[in-house]
Design a binder for this molecule. Structure first.
Ligand SMILES: Nc1ncnc2c1ncn2[C@@H]1O[C@H](COP(=O)(O)OP(=O)(O)O)[C@@H](O)[C@H]1O
Ligand SMILES: [Mg+2]
Length: 490
């Protein structure tokens, strides 16, 4: 853009705002507040000073001019007779008295009609170049001219004596006095401004201290929290917004600390149970290995021996007898291998589904432990659920039933499965001795409660919820609820 030959770089209003904000935003709060206070004091102060000075100079200068005229008139009036009778001594005295009575009078002198100096107040000789300035225009009652001298402005007034017939009187009034007054007033204003500035800076410093101290504390505390130290708390210094912020900060840190503690506790438990689960898995493998080795291996070895014995049998009678023994051993071994396989994973669970598998398990359970166990299913007789749901529910019921057999000393146990409104609920109830659920679950992690946690974990894994209701002496009920919405298989 060209404006009258001037090329200006175009900077938009937004750029300006951004630049200004960049500068203002870049300095600390302390500097901002101090800057505002100083600007509020210094700018009006300077304006007042300049205005008062200008007004004062204008008024005093006008007064000086008027006084210069009236003194010159007075001198002219009083010197008329003296000039006419040529009393130069009295004339000189008149001029000196005039100067003495008016400290602003720099000089006074009287000229005769020919322009010769009759009397003057200069002590070191009359400066002749004064004669060439300020002359009286014809018929004017007076004429004032400002002379620029080394000592500053001098208001020079020329007044005719006796209508001009006896020459002229001239008086010069110096502005030095005026300057002194103006300077002293100015310095007083500046001094007051400085005092006000000092008070302002003091007040601003206290204010910034009050404002920034809690903020500084908050910043330091936040940095520590950021590094994972949840111990710092800040003091609520005042009942204002910053106080509210401090309180909110403290609440936040307390909650963070609590959440962190809970997370750490969960992590600790997870680690603990992970170790236990791995250990349990290893135990299970060891058990299976031992069973395979001790029972099945032994049985197979004795079958081998038995076969050799059959070979070595001398009579058909003896051979039949030995073969019969072998069949018994083989049947027992087969049963053991089946049970082992069933314990690992019942094939019926995959083939016939949850209810059938649980019925089969309850039957074996009843035989093994002598506890009457019945399984009731409502709404899911032929229904297959998602494989992971079937497995989880099967294991949970199995654990609940094993616990009842191990700890409850009960006579009767019932399993109720119900599918209603796309929610599967399972209740395993025994009439045994019961136990204090809170106490067992809340006790130290060293105690055995892996089975209960395992049930809970399995339930959560399939999006379900497990609750145990039990009281010593009043039996135990394990409730499992699994919402099946969106589950494949339904
Ligand atoms: N049906 C029940 N009747 C009585 N006590 C029970 C029953 N189920 C669990 N418990 C108690 O809860 C404890 C924890 O059970 P669990 O976590 O399954 O441990 P475990 O691995 O020993 O089976 C058991 O030691 C027992 O005291
Ligand atoms: Mg158990």
């Amino acid at each position: 853009m060209k404006i009258r030959g001037l090329s200006l770089p175009l900077i938009s209003w937004r750029d300006w705002r951004q630049r200004v904000w960049h500068v203002i935003g870049g300095v600390s709060v302390r500097t901002k507040i101090l800057g505002i206070v100083l600007a509020m004091v210094v700018f009006p102060g300077l304006m007042v000073t300049f205005q008062v000075r200008a007004r004062l100079v204008y008024t005093l200068r006008e007064q000086l001019r008027q006084r210069s005229i009236s003194i010159a008139r007075d001198v002219a009036a009083r010197s008329a007779d003296l000039v006419l009778i040529n009393d130069l001594y009295a004339l000189n005295r008149l001029l000196r008295d005039t100067q003495r009575n008016n400290p602003d009078v720099r000089y006074a002198f009287v000229l005769d009609p020919n322009g010769h100096v009759l009397a003057h107040t200069f002590t070191g000789g009359f400066p002749l170049d004064l004669l060439s300035v300020n002359s009286l225009p014809a018929d004017a009652p007076h004429h004032v001219q400002a002379l620029n001298t080394e000592e500053g402005l001098v208001w020079d007034t020329v007044v005719p004596v006796f209508g001009g017939k006896a020459g002229v009187a001239r008086v010069g009034l110096s502005e030095q006095g005026l300057r002194r007054v103006v300077n002293s007033v100015t310095s007083q204003i500046v001094l007051s401004m400085l005092l006000i500035s000092l008070v302002g800076i003091g007040a601003a410093s206290i204010l910034t201290w009050l404002l920034t101290r809690p903020i500084g504390e908050l910043v330091a505390a936040t940095a520590r929290v950021g590094q994972g130290d949840y111990s710092p708390r800040v003091v609520r210094w005042a009942d204002d917004e910053i106080g509210d912020l401090a309180e909110a900060f403290n609440t936040m840190v307390a909650q963070l600390a609590q959440a962190e503690a809970e997370r750490a506790e969960r992590e600790r438990l997870r680690q603990f149970y992970l170790k236990r689960v791995i250990h349990a898995q290893e135990e299970e493998r060891r058990r299976i290995a031992r069973e395979l080795h001790d029972e099945t291996g032994q049985a197979l070895a004795s079958l081998m021996v038995g076969l050799r014995n059959v070979e070595e049998a001398r009579t058909p009678e003896e051979m039949r007898h030995r073969l019969q023994d072998l069949r018994h051993v083989l049947a027992a071994t087969l049963e053991r291998v089946r049970r082992l396989a069933f314990d690992l994973r019942p094939p019926v669970l995959d083939d016939l589904g949850l209810v059938a598998a649980l019925r089969r398990y309850a039957q074996q359970y009843q035989e093994r432990f002598g506890i009457t166990a019945e399984v009731q299913a409502v709404g899911l007789e032929d229904q297959r659920l998602a494989p992971e749901v079937e497995t989880a529910v099967y294991r949970i019921v199995q654990e609940a039933m094993t616990n009842a057999a191990k700890y409850a000393s009960c006579a009767h146990l019932s399993v109720l499965l119900q599918l209603h409104d796309r929610q599967l609920s399972v209740i395993v109830e025994d009439d045994g001795c019961g136990f204090d659920v809170e106490r067992i679950l809340g006790s130290e992690a060293g105690q055995t409660k892996l089975g209960l946690y395992g049930m809970q974990e399995r339930a959560e894994l399939i999006g379900g919820r497990l609750d145990i209701e039990s009281q010593p002496g009043a039996g135990t009920a394990v409730y499992l609820r699994v919402p099946l919405r969106g589950q494949p298989g339904l």
